[in-house]
Design a protein around this ligand. Structure first.
Ligand code: F3S
Length: 390
């Protein structure tokens, strides 16, 4: 890989230990993937933030990097293993909380904006068309590439930290034009009228994509909440972290020769496959984290009702603050539902606490099954809320 004089000095340790280590990570990655050079990034979203994933070895690495490492570009974090303020209300053990706080302190020392969310694009980390970034969480990566037209590979924890501390990433994969072309045209012959159906579409199509980039045709409109649901599921079930939708997403691509069709029956069948059972003891909404519009809808439903099951609502803290100012949070909390700011049902230490989960997220189903051994119920948001209150 060709390095500039400054990059070579960074690699040689002239800019300190954290930068030297970061450059080593980036150069190795670039060499593995055949990158010719490093390119500057406009922002970073660091993944691998939960102590549940990091363990003590991960925490030690972060503390070492924090000794002399400082971020060069605006950087936010993926969800942590707990709500950083209200972890006790979510039943998080004290020893876990202590370690998780140390993780966040290390990031803070590096100058990271410690907002922990998989929807950084709702809270100010929102790149534009053609911007190169280095993001880690798969749904956020897919949203950035597809909906915003930014350019990022699905980075791992260490490479996001390395990008943040140097402001650079190797130029390969989805940073290059040739890898952003559509590989299959997907004719959608189904009515997609809610986020959960977009999640089901991602499940149905993701399973057969084998890494190809789809170009969807036949979707007349889609809200950002619907696109975030599709972003989360398509990449989870096997797609590349990029899709295009004719008339909706910003990048213009050629129509590929290969085609497939998705019908109403395919979506119905997909929804059926995401259900293991029809009742759940734990309900999670906000995978990916809720938008303010979703919180308004949740408050509208829960107003005057009482939640009878454990119901968590995943959200970025700045969005929760907005909800506070609108009086929505009070309505939601008065019902007995709990906000899970900064965290989610997948990265929190929940194994063994519940046997069944209901969610409106196809991605949530995948990880509920795979990571926590939950049996799953897949419903739209209203269906989940009904289950929580009836
Ligand atoms: Fe976000 Fe957690 Fe879902 S990181 S996309 S809420 S699994």
């Amino acid at each position: 890989m060709k390095l500039t004089k400054e990059e070579q000095e960074m690699l040689d340790g002239k800019h300190g230990n954290a930068v030297r280590k970061s450059m080593r990570i980036l150069v190795s990655l670039g060499e593995i993937f055949g990158a010719e050079k490093l390119i500057p990034v406009k922002s970073v979203q660091i993944s691998g933030v939960s102590y549940d994933n990091l363990g003590d070895a991960g925490l030690e690495f972060l503390e070492e990097m924090a000794r002399d490492g400082k971020v060069k570009v605006p950087t936010t974090l993926n969800p942590a293993g707990m709500d950083m303020e209200n972890w006790k209300a979510l039943g998080i053990p004290e020893d876990f909380a202590e370690k998780q706080i140390k993780v966040i302190e290390a990031f803070e020392k590096m100058g990271v904006r410690t907002t922990c969310t998989c929807t950084p694009y709702f809270v100010g980390n929102r790149p534009g068309l053609g911007d190169h970034v280095a993001w880690g969480e798969s749904s956020a990566v897919t949203f950035a590439n597809s909906v915003l037209g930014a350019r990022t590979n699905k980075e791992g924890g260490p490479s996001t930290i390395a990008a943040a501390l140097t402001g650079k990433t190797p130029a390969y994969g989805l940073h290059l034009d040739e890898n952003r072309k559509a590989g299959i045209l997907v004719n959608v012959k189904a009515m997609l009228d809610k986020p959960m159906k977009f999640g089901a579409l991602g499940y149905v199509v993701g399973k057969v994509l084998k890494g190809r980039v789809p170009l969807f045709r036949g979707i007349p409109k889609a809200s950002e909440d619907e696109l975030k649901s599709l972003s989360a599921s398509i990449v989870t079930y096997g797609g590349a972290p990029l899709f295009h939708i004719e008339g909706i997403t910003p990048e213009k691509v050629d129509i590929p020769p290969e085609t497939m069709e998705v019908t109403e029956d395919d979506i119905k069948k997909g929804i059926g496959e995401l259900n293991d059972t029809d009742d759940a003891e734990f309900i999670f909404i906000g995978c990916p984290h809720c938008s303010i519009e979703e919180l308004r809808a949740i408050a509208g439903f829960l107003k005057g009702k009482t939640v009878k099951k454990e119901l968590w609502i995943g959200v970025a803290r700045p969005i929760k603050k907005k909800a506070d100012s609108e009086g929505i949070s009070t309505i939601i909390e008065e019902s007995g539902a709990k906000f899970a700011c900064d965290t989610c049902h997948v990265v929190a230490p929940l194994k063994g606490r519940f046997r069944t989960i209901a969610t409106n997220s196809a991605k949530g189903v995948f990880y509920g099954r795979g990571r926590n051994n939950f049996r799953t119920v897949f419903r739209d948001m209203e269906g989940c809320l009904r289950m929580a209150t009836e």
